[in-house]
Write a new protein. Structure first.
Length: 300
C-alpha cells in the first residue's frame, strides 16, 4: 500500500474533520500522517472503521497539567429510551508544552484504544452495562449507569496497545520525506526519535511480557479479537492452550501487582530495594506462565 496514495486520498476527509472540530494546524498535520498509518497498519478492509472512529471522536485540547496522565480516551454510557449508547471524546493535556513526538505518541495511543473498541463496544447483562476498551471492560449499573469497576485486564490492554503504538509510529517514520504535505512533520519526528521507535508507556509490563508479545499465536489472536470486539472468551482460550484453568486470571493478577509495585516504587523514599526484589519475583512468575503458553502452541 503506497503511503503517498493513501495520504492524498484521505486528505479531503482530514480537512473536513479539522474544520468540523476547529483543530489547529499542529493537529491537522499529525492527522495527515496518522490516519494513513492506521489504514496501512490494519489494512484497506478496516478503512471505514478507522475513518468513522476519527470522525466521531473529538480531540479536546486542555492545558491542565498532570504528571501521570498526558492524554486519555473517554467513553461513557448513556441511555435514550430503551437504547444504550456511548459518548466518546479524547483529551490532550498540557497541550502548550507537549513535544511533537509526545503529542504524536499520545494521539496514536489513545486513538488506537478507540479503533480497537469501536465494534461490539456495549454488552448488556441483567444488571450491568459493560463498555469494552480493547481487551478489557468497565462495568456500570444498568439502573442508573453508575460506575462499578474496571477489570484488571486493562494492564494487558495497555501493553498490547503500547506495542501497536510503536508499530504505527514506525510506519509513519517510514513515510516519504519528500512528500511536500508532510515533509516538515516527518523530518521533525525522525530528528527527535531513534531509528526504531519504542513507546515507553507501561514500559515495565511490556518488558516483562516481551516473550509473549513476540509469540505470533498470542499477539495475532489478541489483535484480531480486540479489533472485532470478541474478547469475552479470551480467558477460556488461554487456559485451554496452557492446559490449566485460571492461568489467564493469574497472568492478569500478577501484571496488576507489578504495576502497583511500579507506582509504589516511584513514590518511595526508603526500602526501594525490597520493592525491586518483589517486582523481580513477580516478573519471574509471569515469565513462567508466558513460557508455558509459548511451549503449548504449535505455531509461533
Amino acid at each position: 500500500m503506497n503511503s503517498n496514495d493513501v495520504m492524498e486520498r484521505e486528505k479531503p476527509f482530514i480537512n473536513q474533520i479539522c474544520e468540523k472540530y476547529h483543530y489547529d494546524s499542529n493537529i491537522q498535520h499529525l492527522l495527515y500522517i496518522m490516519i494513513p498509518a492506521f489504514i496501512i497498519k490494519y489494512g484497506a478492509s478496516k478503512e471505514k472503521l478507522i475513518l468513522k472512529t476519527f470522525e466521531e471522536i473529538q480531540i479536546v485540547i486542555s492545558n491542565e497539567k498532570d504528571k501521570m496522565v498526558k492524554a486519555y480516551y473517554s467513553s461513557t454510557p448513556r441511555k435514550i429510551g430503551d437504547t444504550f449508547s456511548t459518548k466518546k471524546y479524547m483529551v490532550i493535556q498540557n497541550y502548550e508544552n507537549i513535544s511533537l513526538v509526545d503529542l504524536l505518541d499520545n494521539l496514536v495511543h489513545e486513538f488506537n484504544h478507540a479503533v480497537n473498541s469501536f465494534q461490539n463496544e456495549i454488552r448488556e447483562t441483567p444488571h450491568y452495562i459493560l463498555l469494552r476498551t480493547g481487551l478489557t471492560y468497565r462495568a456500570y449499573q444498568k439502573e442508573d449507569l453508575s460506575f462499578v469497576k474496571k477489570h484488571d485486564s486493562y494492564i494487558l490492554e495497555e501493553i498490547i496497545n503500547t506495542k501497536q503504538t510503536s508499530d504505527i509510529i514506525n510506519i509513519i517514520k517510514g513515510f516519504d520525506p519528500k512528500n511536500s504535505s508532510v515533509a516538515n512533520t516527518i523530518y521533525a519526528i525522525n530528528s527527535e526519535t531513534e531509528h526504531h521507535y519504542n513507546s515507553n508507556s507501561y514500559y515495565l509490563q511490556s518488558y516483562v511480557c516481551k516473550e509473549i508479545l513476540n509469540n505470533r499465536t498470542f499477539i495475532s489472536t489478541l489483535e484480531n479479537l480486540r479489533l472485532s470486539g470478541e474478547v469475552y472468551d479470551i480467558q477460556k482460550w488461554f487456559d485451554n492452550i496452557v492446559g490449566k484453568e485460571g492461568m489467564y486470571k493469574e497472568l492478569i493478577q500478577k501484571l496488576r501487582e507489578v504495576y502497583d509495585l511500579e507506582v509504589k516504587y516511584s513514590e518511595q523514599k526508603i526500602f526501594k530495594s525490597m520493592t525491586i526484589q518483589k517486582i523481580r519475583t513477580l516478573s519471574s512468575e509471569i515469565l513462567r506462565i508466558v513460557d508455558k503458553f509459548n511451549h503449548s502452541v504449535n505455531y509461533r
